[in-house]
Design a protein around this ligand. Structure first.
Ligand code: G3I
Length: 376
């Protein structure tokens, strides 16, 4: 396939014509290339939504038709104190998304992380009883989902409840409520908004052990007659991991349960990273060293090529599963906004997404579009 770029200056804002098998296909943004395949989403936060970065909104509208709040709907952000809710930023994200016909996923209702300590304690700091914590969980879910009823179409109800060993994570939710806390969260979420799609979301859950744990959750919910619509595979991936065969198997096994599969937080890390820091366990962190931050001024062509080829293969695989995959969301709008610049090692310069720090499409952008157009 040959690309006809209208002009370098036009790359971001203009339409691009791709020539493929003698067909000329007009693509004005990433989402257009995947129309009819799956939704293409991004995660957003204050800089993109509050006008701090003025290029962000038109760019997001052009390329994405699905949106997730990167941080604004997490418990600590939206419900920072027992009687204090802070909807301002999340409301702005939802208004922007609704005005531009984007599919919204609320992220996230019940998570062990970014949930303040007071949630698990009474007014004098003693641990809550099971009943009191269930009541607090229910109030939170009803208040947040109630606020967005009819606006936010889908929710990550429970996030990261399974460990890499496939066992349920021994979080405060689990320790106080017991292993039915996941069922309760889904039950409350369905009561709060019967029309919303409800998802379980995790990282590394393409891997067989963890996958088995997540499959148990889905089966258990279904056996109890509870609603679950989808499983999110976060997709915090690397140049050398995971093996895409595993991703393929994961997608097929989840889909065989009758749920939608989504890649919900995708990026591909290009920096040297010890494998014990793969995934997204944000309680782990390593010290900064210059040797672990090798591409401060630019990404060398050789690594750019590895990234491009990996994205192309990945999208080839996702497209071959387009009957099972409903959405692919990138975790950030461009490289400069990626959390991978600061985790698992703070202060690095990473290049994990399809757009560079100046909103210019990288070779991987054209490669994934080519994958999509091969099938059109
Ligand atoms: O907003 C405060 C700011 O006021 C303060 O000055 C600054 C100082 O550190 O921190 C800011 O908060 C940071 C927040 O991101 C917003 O930028 C937090 O420190 C930082 O821990 C937080 O990181 C987020 C992380 O989740 C923890 O919530 C990342 O942006 C976000 O990308 C990441 O997303 C998670 C998904 O929700 C779940 N799956 C894993 C994924 C990656 O960890």
């Amino acid at each position: 396939m040959k690309r006809n770029l209208l002009s370098a200056a036009f790359i971001v804002l203009a339409t691009i014509i791709f020539s493929c098998n003698d067909k000329h296909i007009t693509v004005s943004g990433l989402k257009d290339a995947f129309a009819g395949d799956f939704l293409i989403g991004t995660a957003v936060d204050a800089p993109q939504i509050l006008g701090i970065d003025r290029e962000a909104k038109p760019f997001i509208i052009k390329h994405f038709n699905a949106i997730t709040a990167e941080n604004a709907m997490k418990w600590e952000s939206i419900h920072p104190g027992p009687d204090k809710y802070n909807f301002a930023l999340a409301d702005s994200i939802v208004s922007f998304a609704l005005a531009n016909d984007m599919f919204i996923t609320g992220h996230t209702l019940v998570w062990h992380s970014q949930t303040p300590d007071w949630v698990f304690q009474d007014s004098i700091g003693n641990p809550l009883t099971r009943e009191a914590l269930l009541e607090r969980m229910k109030n939170h879910i009803f208040t947040v989902m109630g606020h967005y009823k009819g606006k936010v179409q889908s929710w990550d109800v429970v996030n990261e409840a399974i460990g890499d060993d496939g066992q349920i994570r021994k979080s405060k939710w689990y320790n106080i409520i017991g292993d039915d806390y996941i069922e309760k969260a889904f039950e409350f979420a369905h009561e709060a908004d019967p029309d919303a799609e409800l998802y379980y979301n995790d990282y590394n859950n393409e891997e067989p052990l963890k996958r088995a744990g997540v499959i148990n959750i889905v089966r258990n919910l279904r056996n109890k007659g509870l609603r679950i619509d989808g499983v999110g595979i976060q997709g915090h991936w690397h140049l050398d991991s995971p093996d895409f065969k595993i991703v393929d198997e994961g997608i097929s096994e989840y889909a065989a349960l009758g749920v939608k599969v989504m890649i919900t937080e995708m990026e591909i890390n290009v920096l040297p990273t010890p494998s014990w820091l793969y995934g997204a366990d944000i309680s782990r962190i390593a010290e900064y060293k210059d040797s672990l931050n090798p591409y401060v001024s630019e990404l060398p062509d050789s690594v750019q090529t590895l990234l491009t080829n990996r994205y192309a293969r990945l999208f080839g695989l996702l497209l071959s599963n387009k009957d099972k995959v409903s959405r692919v969301t990138f975790w950030g709008v461009h490289d400069g906004y990626s959390w991978k610049n600061n985790w698992p090692i703070p202060g690095r310069t990473n290049y994990p997404l399809l757009f560079d720090r100046n909103y210019q499409p990288k070779p991987a952008y054209y490669a994934v579009i080519e994958e999509a157009l091969k099938l059109k």
